[in-house]
Design a protein around this ligand. Structure first.
Ligand code: SF4
Length: 155
């Protein structure tokens, strides 16, 4: 995941406005697989056991300065933010169509529709691998957990 992100970040360096403190995508209500939650618990026990979650309306792990308190262990969904994304959907006629999107802050630059497919983050393959990990971790009983639920003190 990190290697793929770094490759795309190098391709899109000028359009990416993502930086510490830019937290528009750190919204409340994000859920993650239990295997992702476990990584946060293991790597940041002091955060989940001793600190307070951010007030409702923002991600519970957002610090007052707009940084992420669990950044090295942040879940998959946080790692795709900011990149040009592409995925395949079925339209109303059951035809497969390609969809693309990017954060509005990162719109400047070559039009999304003109980017080669390999210059976009493909939604799907990593999700499948993550789901396999979750199945192994839970014995085939996948579970989603709200990030706010990880805090001992829920605010
Ligand atoms: S876990 Fe970190 S990067 Fe992800 S939404 Fe929360 S504060 Fe933002």
């Amino acid at each position: 995941m990190d290697a793929g992100w770094a490759r795309l970040a190098a391709r899109h360096g000028e359009r990416l406005r993502c930086r510490r403190g830019c937290a528009d995508c750190c919204v409340d209500g994000i859920t993650v697989f239990s295997v992702e939650a476990e990584r946060i618990r293991r790597e940041f026990p002091e955060v989940v056991e001793e600190e307070d979650p951010a007030p409702p309306g923002r991600c519970a792990f957002l610090a007052p300065d707009g940084s992420c308190r669990v950044y090295p262990a942040r879940p998959y969904v946080c790692r795709t933010q900011g990149l040009p994304l592409r995925w395949i959907e079925e339209d109303l006629d059951l035809q497969l169509v390609e969809m693309r999107d990017v954060c509005p802050l990162n719109e400047d630059g070559p039009p999304l529709e003109e980017l080669p497919a390999e210059d976009c983050w493909e939604i799907g393959p990593v999700e499948e691998r993550l789901r396999e990990l979750e199945d192994r971790f839970t014995g085939g009983r996948p579970r989603r957990i709200g990030l706010r639920e990880l805090f001992a003190r829920r605010g």
